[in-house]
Design a protein around this ligand. Structure first.
Ligand code: PGA
Length: 253
């Protein structure tokens, strides 16, 4: 049975005051004894502040990307080793905003995945097709290509992390893939992983793209949807908690 995960991607949002208030509102035992893992991907600069209180609550932290190199003349970049040193356990890889706005190719994402392995960070590999690719009937081929690029370099080592299927047209748009459509893609992804190894086939596959308390239960009821990568709704701790509770009620066997 794949591990169940609910993860929050804060993107470029947050501050010291926001972080303190956020964790305070999750105190009080709401996260104790959960059947799923809870992850947060805040801006990296907030990691040192969040590290101890998050770990007290049982939340694992991650960064939103890492540079392929361990150090060097790369102004503005963050090495995987630095992220781990600051308290990150995970890193997102290949989020669609990194691919679209910052030009990360499948090959770049694979090199970043190698850096994550080198630093001992768990990879959360984001994959997903654009609207044009879906309309052309290329969704399966695009997502398979994104997976294969990383699997070629990392092989079974990817199994220490997770996959987040995030159709680009559903991110931040209010449009969610229907549970059936998401399930079909998750099952396709599971097949790609299974062709490589049984260990990879056991990886958690999260859905992302406008996940909210209102749609989480239906998504989590699908067989191959093992969790969610939540953007906008994760900025509201009450909404994020409601999504976690939907996983507790509908997602766990
Ligand atoms: P969203 O973002 O929930 O705001 O659509 C998801 C993501 O980009 O990870």
């Amino acid at each position: 049975m794949p591990q169940r995960i609910v993860a929050g991607n804060w993107k470029m949002h947050g501050s010291r005051a926001f972080s303190a208030g956020y964790l305070k509102s999750l105190e009080g035992g709401a996260l104790a004894g959960l059947g799923c893992d809870v992850l947060l991907f805040p801006p990296a600069i907030l990691l040192p502040l969040l590290s101890t209180p998050a770990s007290d609550l049982g939340i694992e932290l991650g960064v939103q990307t890492v540079h392929p190199e361990p150090q060097g003349a790369f102004t503005g970049e963050l090495a995987a080793e630095m992220a781990a040193d600051a308290g990150a356990v995970w890193t997102l890889l290949g989020h669609s905003e990194r691919r679209q706005l910052f030009g990360e190719s499948d090959e770049d994402v694979a090199l970043r995945a190698l850096a994550a392995r080198r630093a001992g960070l768990k990879p959360m590999l984001c994959v997903g097709e654009s609207l044009a690719e879906r309309q052309r009937g290329d969704a399966d081929a695009v997502v398979t290509g994104q997976l294969d690029a990383v699997l070629e370099l990392l092989g079974d080592d990817l199994a220490s992390g997770g996959i987040a299927y995030e159709p680009v047209w559903a991110i931040g748009s209010g449009e969610t893939a229907s549970p059936e459509m998401a399930q079909a893609m998750h099952s396709m992804i599971r097949g790609v992983l299974r062709r490589r190894s049984e260990r990879l086939a056991e990886m958690p596959i999260l859905y992302g793209g406008s996940v909210k308390p209102e749609n989480a239960a239906a998504l989590f009821s699908e067989n191959d949807i093992d969790g969610a990568l939540v953007g906008g709704a994760s900025l509201d701790p009450a909404a994020f908690l409601a999504i976690i509770m939907a996983m507790e009620t509908h997602g766990n066997p």
